[in-house]
Design a protein around this ligand. Structure first.
Ligand code: NAP
Length: 339
């Protein structure tokens, strides 16, 4: 039975896809954006048929303003908003504080409004880091912050831990669970896309001339959204306290390049085929931010399993090959990458 759901961060890649699914299923959606004057026209243009079933509220993760109105009348919250920048900030608190405080703010306003179900968009970042001895991970694993991890990884881990502690202390009856996606790809709506999609964009547009020896797990934005909706709809006993990683499989970047060449050959002219030696990454890392970010990932397998999510939420993930092909085709169709 459709009800009303608050989706925070309606301007985002994942937030938009969650809204899309909920509207298609007949829900009324409240969403928060940081600036309604700027963002509401874009959201209305994306869902022209939604009318009163889409309500847009101005609310920043760092301020109480707007949150009471956004939560009013909702049955569930999908808390998707969190900073996800391309580069590494000088001060980690630029990410950690909004991620943690924003989550606690969203939780406490939801609780005050009497909302009984809260789905947090966490990340595989809260699962698979700071444990150099491991290369396979499940929903039971937690990132080890004492090992020292990059700011975004820390922000997602701290936010999920803080949310779980807050619920245990202040709202033990609340049905809380997290969705923990790996790197998210798939069709894009416009050029305001997520940091994750930049990886495929750079492979296709020629900005990566050689392939670094690293890999990532792939998940599809449509599966991430489906997991959120199922977590909202499933019986309480199935989801309470759960963690739901979405991950189809681990792939080396060279394998991703091969898939693009095989499945979208007409757009693969600039996709690199030669490896970038590790020593070159390390030298470039001295003066290029992007290389500094991947230096620590060279040769690492960080394979996060999504099987638990498929089993509990009852659906099968889109194959990574399909996801990558659809990403490339949509980047071209939207004019983000020139054919
Ligand atoms: P995105 O497109 O950059 O979306 C991030 C959203 O958070 C935007 O709506 C942004 O609003 C909002 N936001 C950021 N700082 C905010 C603040 N201070 N106050 C209010 N809203 C704020 O990225 P995404 O990929 O959809 O990410 C959404 C969520 O998924 C994040 O929690 C991210 O950590 C998580 N996630 C993403 C991936 C991935 O690979 N994409 C993987 C795992 C987890 P503005 O438009 O105003 O900036």
């Amino acid at each position: 039975m459709a009800g009303t759901v608050l989706v925070t961060g309606g301007t985002g890649y994942i937030g938009g896809e969650v809204i899309d699914r909920l509207l298609a299923k007949g829900y009324t959606v409240h969403t928060t954006v940081r600036n309604t004057a700027k963002s509401e026209p874009k959201l209305r243009a994306r869902w022209p048929e939604a009318g009163d079933r889409l309500k847009v509220f101005q609310a920043d993760l760092m301020s109480d303003e707007g949150w009471a109105d956004a939560n009013s009348g909702c049955d569930a919250v999908a808390h998707v908003a969190s900073p996800f920048p391309l580069g590494v900030p000088k001060d980690k608190d630029e990410l950690v504080i909004p991620a943690r405080e924003g989550t606690l703010r969203a939780l406490s306003f939801a609780h005050r409004a009497g909302i009984g179900r809260f789905v947090q968009t966490s990340s595989a970042a809260a699962i698979a880091y700071g444990q150099p001895e491991k290369d396979h991970f499940t929903h039971l694993d937690w990132t080890n912050l004492t090992a020292g991890v990059p700011p975004y990884i820390e922000s997602k881990t701290v936010a999920e831990r803080a949310a779980r502690d807050w619920v245990a202390t202040h709202a033990p009856d609340m049905i809380f669970c997290s969705i923990n996606p790996v790197a998210v790809f798939g069709p894009v709506y416009d050029d305001d896309m997520s940091t994750s999609v930049e990886i495929v964009k750079k492979l296709v547009d020629g900005s990566i001339p050689l392939i670094p020896n690293m890999g990532i797990c792939v998940t599809d934005v449509r599966d991430v959204a489906e997991a959120h909706v199922r977590a909202i709809e499933a019986p309480a006993g199935k989801v309470r306290g759960e963690r739901f990683p979405t991950s189809e499989k681990f792939m080396w970047i060279r394998e991703m390049a091969d898939v693009i060449r095989a499945r979208a050959p007409e757009y693969a002219r600039k996709v690199p085929s030669k490896p970038m030696p590790d020593w070159l990454v390390k030298i470039l890392a001295l003066f290029m931010d992007e290389m500094a970010q991947i230096k620590g990932e060279l040769g690492n397998i960080r394979d996060v399993s999504g099987r638990h999510t498929e089993e509990v939420l009852g659906f099968t993930f889109i194959p990574a090959e399909q996801t990558l092909e659809d990403t490339v085709r949509s980047l071209v169709a939207k004019g983000i990458v020139k054919a």
